[in-house]
Write a protein that binds this ligand. Structure first.
Ligand code: UD1
Length: 417
């Protein structure tokens, strides 16, 4: 199993390019299931989760061509096998995103219950309830969601909780349903908007994406389109925190600051100097960071996918801070690994009190989920001595070329078998 070895203590300095967003690319790739025509998707990040999604679509019958410039051409003329098997979906919860499109297009779907990061129960009841409201018959048996519908119809769906993939699944299904669907308490995440824009360019009639009420008027069919995936705001935020924690100075190219307000505000509060351009973000941290309280919540509030990284920033900051996780019930697994590197963190329920200290120390640690592994990389970058991160496959699910990009910023990092 591969490991990352990091020699810490070097401030990150330099410039890198931000990749396409994993969480936008995954639903957008699934949108191909809604049309017989070809979908060209540009700026697709080269990640394990993307490869898994492409394999999943390919075994359903979608023709896929990749080119060297991160462009994927998908053609779902027929979908002979509307099945998402356990072997493919067990590592990736986002595979549930095929359910809505399959059902809308072919009238049937058999989708294994997803796995993915072990950060909580993460049920899919909202996806199922929403599709049932649109006329689907669904039962769960032997670990599979078996769904069928002769033709989905529009419905008014009020989501009990804000769910990103839940909103995306229902929005995709509704594009081909008969009549109008209204999704209330919808997720407002920028990735939902990116998917909606892709669907609109395929001929879907959607309004309100980005607000908490999305209205979709079903059409008979969608056509082919070309769409460029938005930049990854979590990758951007992760590199900015790494620069801030290491007292560095970096510039991100191809990044969007308008969708990172909550994160940039917290970085400024911790003492970072930030300036933003049309497609760039510059950050410099001149002095030891100050502690900042963080409370995760749905967009536009502070993202849960940045919580672990801020835990590290606070671990080396001046003062104490409280980190409250309100989205997932088991998302503090990085805490015990950070404590092994000398961090002072106490967890009670869904809150962690972090007392900052001058320096962490290198250690051998274990990555437990995607964003937790990003936090361990940042910890390794700021720690004195050598840090070895095991089970690094988690990070390859969501960060494109992480060690190349960090090396470009001056980090001493290498991958070992
Ligand atoms: C997406 C993101 C993930 C991010 C998360 C929250 C993708 C591929 N993944 O995950 O990176 O951390 O949003 O911003 O976009 N819930 C239910 N029932 C459901 C669905 C969700 O109870 O049917 C709960 C979940 O357990 C969780 C909360 O709702 O507590 C939010 O989850 P959700 O927004 O659905 O997360 P994902 O879409 O899986």
């Amino acid at each position: 199993m591969q490991k990352l070895v990091i020699e810490g203590g070097i401030p990150l300095q330099g410039e890198i390019r931000i990749s396409g967003a994993k969480n936008a690319a995954l639903p957008i790739l699934c949108a191909t299931l809604l049309s017989r025509e070809t979908l060209h998707v540009e700026n697709v990040p080269h990640l394990k989760d993307v490869t898994t999604m492409l394999s999943l679509l390919a075994q359903m019958g979608v023709g896929i061509t990749l080119d060297a410039s991160q462009c994927v051409e998908l053609s779902g003329r027929e979908i002979p096998n509307p099945v998402a098997p356990y072997e493919l979906v067990k590592t990736m919860r986002a595979s549930i995103l095929v359910l809505g499109p399959l059902l809308a297009r072919t009238g049937r779907a058999s989708v294994s219950l997803p796995g993915g990061c072990a950060i909580g129960l993460r049920p899919v009841d909202l996806h199922i309830k929403g599709l049932q409201a649109m006329g689907a018959e669904i039962e769960v048996a032997n670990g599979y969601i078996q769904a069928s519908a002769s033709k989905l119809h529009g419905a008014r769906i009020c989501m009990d909780l804000v769910s990103v993939t839940g909103t995306e699944n229902l929005m995709m299904a509704a594009t081909l349903a008969r009549g109008v669907t209204v999704i209330e308490n919808a997720a407002r995440e920028p990735e939902v908007v990116d998917l909606a824009n892709c669907l609109i360019s395929m001929g879907a009639k959607i309004s309100g994406a980005g607000s908490d009420t999305i209205e979709i008027e079903g059409v008979d069919e969608l056509h082919g389109a070309r769409h460029r995936v938005m930049p990854d705001r979590i990758e951007s935020g992760t590199f900015l925190v790494a620069a801030a924690a290491s007292l560095g100075k970096i510039k991100l190219h191809g990044a969007r600051s308008d969708i990172l307000d909550a994160v940039l505000d917290k970085l400024s509060e911790s003492g970072a100097h930030i300036s933003t351009g049309e497609e760039s973000i510059f950050l410099e941290m001149r002095d030891r960071p100050k502690s900042v309280n963080v409370r995760t919540a749905p967009y536009p509030a502070f993202p849960t996918d940045m919580q672990a990284q801020f835990m590290v920033l606070n671990s080396v900051a001046e003062g104490s801070a409280l980190i409250t996780e309100t989205i997932f019930e088991n998302r503090f697994m990085h805490v015990q690994e950070l404590c092994r590197m000398g961090a002072h963190i106490e967890v009670e329920g869904n809150a962690a009190m972090v007392r900052g200290k001058e320096r962490l120390g290198g250690a051998t640690v274990m990555a437990t989920d995607l964003r937790a592994s990003a936090s361990l990389v940042i910890a390794g970058l700021v720690a004195r001595g050598e840090t070895t991160i095991e089970r690094i496959y988690h990070i390859d699910r969501g960060y494109e070329c992480i060690e190349e990009k960090l090396a470009q910023l001056g980090a001493k990092i290498r991958r070992m078998a």
